[in-house]
Every structure is written in structure tokens, then in C-alpha cells.
Design a protein around this ligand. Structure first.
Ligand SMILES: [Zn+2]
Length: 193
């Protein structure tokens, strides 16, 4: 089944991608969000994604959405949230080119749930992405870990501190870039050239 895209790869431009996590990175994590109208962007996210696009990056969102298998929302709800996300980004001349999500429970041990890399590899095939000139930005060690396995530049942005203990896995996992805001992380990715 891979043959058509492999055949195309030779004639298609090689893209560099900015892989971004969703909850806690682009938007406050509302824990198993189902309703698109509750979604908000963190400040500076739209402008940063617009700038990345101007620099020639394809913007790819890779997100773990185990709420689907938990029965808390459906794949259709996730699609509606992603449509809403792009609607909010439009005001900033920004756009996420593609969304990839894992619907599985952690205990399945699937290859697509981050820090698994399957969804990144799917994106590479779909978009002809060169991992060596691409980057990932996320708020969890699992984002960094996935990126490192693939040779991506890794950027960690801790989610804004709230009145609860740090979530497990919320450490920088030795990221190449540790930034205080999403916009700052993107600037530093772009500064790489
Ligand atoms: Zn999965």
C-alpha cells in the first residue's frame, strides 16, 4: 500500500515540518475536552504558527486522544475540535496543515501513542517530510522523547503552572530547547535556519 506515495516522493518537494502537541501546548488542557466552543489558544500561538509557515514549515499536530477509547468523546468530536482550532488560528493567518491523533488507551501499548512515533512516520509519508530539518514542540517529556527517536530538533515548553502538582511526565526530558512560551520556542526553532 505504500507504493503510490513512495513513487510520488521523488517528484514532490521535500518539506520541513513543525510538529506540535495540542493540549497544554497550543491550548489550555481542559482534560478530555469534547465541546469545540470551550477551546482557547494560548497567547502568541497564532502569531508563532503564522511565522513558522512564512518560514516554509508545514504545521503538523500530533496528539494523544485516549478519551476516544475511554468513551468520553468520539473521533467526530475530535475532528470538530480540530476544525475549531483552525478557525481560531485563521484570525492570526495561521493554519494547522494536518492533524494525527492516537485514540488508544495507554495500556494497549500501541505504536501511535506518544512517545511512539508511528503518527510522525505517517505524516512523513503523507507530506514527504525531512525529519532532519524538522522540529517538535510540546509540553511533555513524551513529545521530546518521540522527537529524539526520529532525529527532530526538540523543544519543550512547560504548560503554565496551575494550582496542582506537576503532572507526571511533565519534564523536559533533555530537550534541545527549553522555552517559557510557545512563541519563544518557535522563534528559537526558526533561528536554527
Ligand atoms: Zn495508538
Amino acid at each position: 500500500m505504500a507504493a503510490p506515495s513512495d513513487a510520488l516522493a521523488g517528484s514532490r518537494p521535500v518539506e520541513r515540518a513543525l510538529f506540535v502537541d495540542r493540549d497544554g501546548t497550543l491550548n489550555p488542557d481542559l482534560h478530555y475536552l469534547k465541546e469545540p466552543e470551550r477551546l482557547e489558544l494560548f497567547r502568541g500561538v497564532g502569531g508563532a504558527l503564522s511565522l513558522a509557515r512564512d518560514h516554509g514549515y508545514v504545521i503538523v499536530c500530533v496528539t494523544n486522544q485516549s478519551g476516544i477509547e475511554r468513551g468520553l468523546y468520539t473521533a467526530n468530536d475530535v475532528d470538530r475540535i480540530h476544525a475549531r482550532l483552525n478557525e481560531l488560528l485563521r484570525a492570526h493567518r495561521a493554519h494547522i496543515d494536518a492533524f494525527y491523533y492516537c485514540p488508544h488507551l495507554p495500556e494497549h501499548g500501541c505504536a501511535c501513542r506518544k512517545p511512539g512515533t508511528l503518527l510522525f512516520e505517517e505524516a512523513r509519508r503523507d507530506w514527504n517530510i525531512d525529519f532532519g530539518s524538522s522540529a517538535v514542540v510540546g509540553d511533555r517529556g513524551i513529545d521530546v522523547e518521540a522527537g529524539r527517536k526520529l532525529g527532530l530538533l526538540t523543544a519543550f515548553v512547560p504548560r503554565p503552572v496551575v494550582a496542582e502538582p506537576a503532572a507526571s511526565g511533565n519534564d523536559d526530558a533533555g530537550a534541545d530547547i527549553v522555552a517559557s512560551t510557545f512563541a519563544n520556542a518557535v522563534m528559537r526553532v526558526l533561528a536554527r535556519g
